[in-house]
Write a protein that binds this ligand. Structure first.
Ligand code: GDP
Ligand code: MG
Length: 156
């Protein structure tokens, strides 16, 4: 789950080893739920990619995308919230974090687009969201993906 353009589909493709989810610079490019299989240390799980969710601006995103994301959330055993580590933490991030916390499901924050170590400090800003688990990743380059999967699979 996450706002548009943070890299959810890039992460989905990285984790499932596929290119099934369309990646692009147009926010809202993933309109349906896309399912894939992620394998890790002899186990596997079903992964769902969704369109971006902005709780604050619900009226501004096509209703269908929000509905799809809601379905995915309802059926999930654990949730990865993805944020763009190169942007400032903003109110919609807090709103989404609270919405996801309310579900009571295990929640993992992936601060994406941390392609180089010099950006690690930027990722630390997202500690302000107050989530228990934070991993700075680069979905594009594959950094720290194993750390993220270790945490997620431990909760499944
Ligand atoms: P989504 O809308 O959340 O599904 O985001 P996408 O996966 O479509 O990615 C949005 C944009 O961010 C694309 O231009 C991606 O190439 C770019 N992007 C995704 N992951 C990374 C990353 O780890 N580093 C950088 N620099 N760009 C990324
Ligand atoms: Mg997408």
């Amino acid at each position: 789950m996450g706002r548009p353009n943070v890299g959810k589909s890039t992460l989905f493709n990285r984790l499932t080893g596929s290119r099934r989810s369309i990646v692009g610079d147009e926010p809202g490019i993933t309109r349906d739920r896309i399912y894939g299989e992620v394998a890790w240390n002899g186990r596997s799980a079903r992964l769902v990619d969704t369109g971006g969710v902005i709780p604050d601006e619900e009226a501004l995103i096509p209703a269908q995308i929000f509905v799809q994301a809601r379905f995915a959330l309802d059926e999930a055993a654990a949730v990865i919230m993805v944020v763009d580590g190169r942007t400032e933490l903003a109110a919609p991030d807090l709103d989404l974090a609270r919405l996801l916390q309310k579900t009571g499901k295990p929640l993992f924050l992936a601060v994406n687009k941390i392609d180089v170590e010099t950006l690690d400090a930027a990722a630390e800003n997202f500690r302000q969201l107050g989530l228990k688990s934070l991993t700075a990743i680069s979905a594009e380059h594959g950094h720290n993906i194993g750390d993220l999967l270790d945490e997620v699979f431990a909760a499944l």
